[in-house]
Every structure is written in C-alpha cells, then in structure tokens.
Design a protein around this ligand. Structure first.
Ligand code: CP
Ligand code: NVA
Length: 304
C-alpha cells in the first residue's frame, strides 16, 4: 500500500489484514507506542471535522508520532495548486492526511508527494470511516461475509466507501435512496463486479418493499459538506427515508449505525440514534484504531 485514496484501491486481502491489524492494535496499544517515533504527519483539511481530525491526532500520538493541523479551507486551488502543496509538505512530513472537496485534489497531492497520502473524506469516498464501520460490524457480528447491512439515505461519499468495502468483504449490502440521490452508477457497477468474485451482493432500491431482513441499518446526513442543494426539496425527497423505530422493526435490524455528525429528527429519530441499538460511539472509537492500522501498514510499505 502506498496511499489510501479510496476504498476501492484495496484488495480483499488488504482489507482483511487492516481489520485484523486494527483489532490487534486496539487490544495491545503499548506494543505499537513507538511505531511512528520521529515521524511527522500533516493533517490538511479543507472542511470542518471533529472525529477525523481528533482521532488522527490522538492516534498518531499513541503510535509515538507527531501531527500538525493545517486549515486548508482557502489553500489548494485558490492560493496554490494542490501539486505544490503536496510536493512541499512531503519535504517536511512523512505522510499527508487530507480532507478535500474533490477526489481530484487527492490525486494531485499523491502524485506530487513521494510520501503516503490518506483520504480523510472527499466528495467521492470516506475510506477511514468505512474501515472503522467494518471493524465495528466485525466486533459485533463476526464474519462479514455473513452480514447484511442496509444503507438508507443519500448515495454520498460514505455510501460509496461502504459499497466498496462491502464488496471486498463479501457482504450483503442493500442501498435504499430516493430517486435522484443514488450512488455513482460506475462505482456501484465496480462494487457489484468485485462482488462476483467475493460473493458480495450489492443492490440498489428506492423503497423498502423487497428488502431482506438486515443486521444493521446505516444512514448519513441528507446535507453533505460542500453540497449545494435546495433544502426544501431535499427535506421533501428524503422524508420517507428517515430511520425510525418502525423501520428498524420492519427490517428486523439489531443495530443502527451513523458516521456522524447526525441531525436528529431528520435522517434518524433521537429514539433510534440515542437508543440501545446504536453503534455510533463504537464506530467513532474505532476510527482511531482503523486509522492506526492504515498508518502502520503504509509505513511498512514505505520502508520495504
Ligand atoms: N465521521 C466523520 O468523518 O466525522 P467528522 O466530519 O467530524 O470528521
Ligand atoms: N456525507 C457527509 C459525511 C460527513 C462525515 C459529508 O460529506 O459531509
């Protein structure tokens, strides 16, 4: 592994290795406390973040490394090209973690930098989130190839990352979106193709009529950062897709998942997200462990 730009860059074997490694690091953090000693990592964020920023900073610290945060809201593209940012940061830092508006910015950063680049969320994908989510599902349910997950809501970056991850892990993923808010058709076809070899089943739906019973329901905000959408239209289009207790019961869901930040009363009711079936804090905690596994793996590759 040289970079982690999108979930679809991983192979099934790499995914399973990262999830195993994340569990090992989580169980025995002291064994890894000097792993990034002397290493410096730049956290470059064009958009706000709580979990990603704070978990990378804390995780890098736990591995013995150092991080700096760069607010890049008006940096790449407007102040200077992403390629110059990448080439410069690589002079002083050992890796770049970047949250960007456009996936193309990540590609530019990675091309210009001879150090690993990690996608901390783009318009297209949120791989660190999906890794934490798959780690959480593994902890709760075991073998991912036996898990059915139902993603309800916007076919956004989080949906794309789960789609690619589910395909690699051989899962059954049912995606339910309003018409017009589907995930990218090419990415869906890619995931379905991967599923032909891994046994994963990835299906797209617009209603809840023909769904299988599910282990967990996952949703995300209806208003992703940087999207310009008519809010009245969105509220109208997504209203039938709210995750509430009735839907949890209808699909036999044991667990509820959300990447956060969440908007109670919109995509999910407070009763569900704050109730006993909710895995949101497990997911958030696992961000750190999954990301640390990625860092360990990327530096192993860089040293090879
Ligand atoms: N889930 C997630 O990425 O949260 P932040 O936007 O707070 O980083
Ligand atoms: N889809 C959301 C995820 C936030 C973590 C967004 O892009 O804003």
């Amino acid at each position: 592994m040289q970079d982690l730009l999108a979930m679809r860059d991983l192979s099934s074997a790499q995914l399973s290795h990262i999830l195993d490694l994340a569990q090992t690091i989580k169980q025995r953090p002291s064994a890894w406390q000097n792993h990034l000693q002397g290493k410096s990592i730049a956290l470059v964020f064009e958009k706000p973040s709580l979990r990603t920023r704070a978990s990378f900073a804390a995780g890098i610290n736990r591995l013995g490394g150092h991080s700096i945060y760069l607010d890049a809201e008006n940096l790449m593209g407007s102040r200077e090209p992403a390629s110059d940012v990448g080439a410069n940061l690589a002079l002083w830092h050992d890796a770049i973690v970047a949250r960007v508006y456009s996936q193309a910015t990540l590609d530019e950063l990675a091309k210009a930098s001879d150090k690993p680049v990690i996608n901390a969320l783009s318009d297209e994908c949120h791989p660190c989130q999906a890794l934490a989510d798959l780690l959480t599902l593994t902890e709760q349910l075991g073998d991912l190839s036996k898990v059915t997950l139902t993603y309800v809501g916007d076919g956004c970056n989080v949906c794309h990352a789960l789609m690619a991850g589910a395909a690699l892990a051989g899962m059954n993923l049912q995606i339910v979106t309003p018409v017009g808010y589907e995930p990218n058709a090419e990415r869906l076809a890619d995931a379905q193709k991967v599923g032909e070899t891994t046994g994963a089943k990835i299906t797209l739906h617009h209603d809840f009529n023909n769904l299988q019973q599910t282990d967990a329901i996952y949703t995300d905000t209806w208003f992703s950062m940087g999207q310009e959408r008519d809010s009245n239209q969105v509220m109208h289009d997504f209203a039938p897709y709210q995750v509430n207790q009735d839907l949890m019961k209808q699909l036999g869901a044991k667990y509820f998942m959300h990447c956060l930040p969440a908007y109670r009363g919109r995509e999910v009711t407070a009763e569900v997200i704050d109730g006993p079936q909710s895995l949101i804090l497990h997911q958030a905690e696992n961000r750190l462990h999954a990301q640390n596994a990625v860092l360990v793996e990327l530096f192993a590759g860089a040293q090879a």
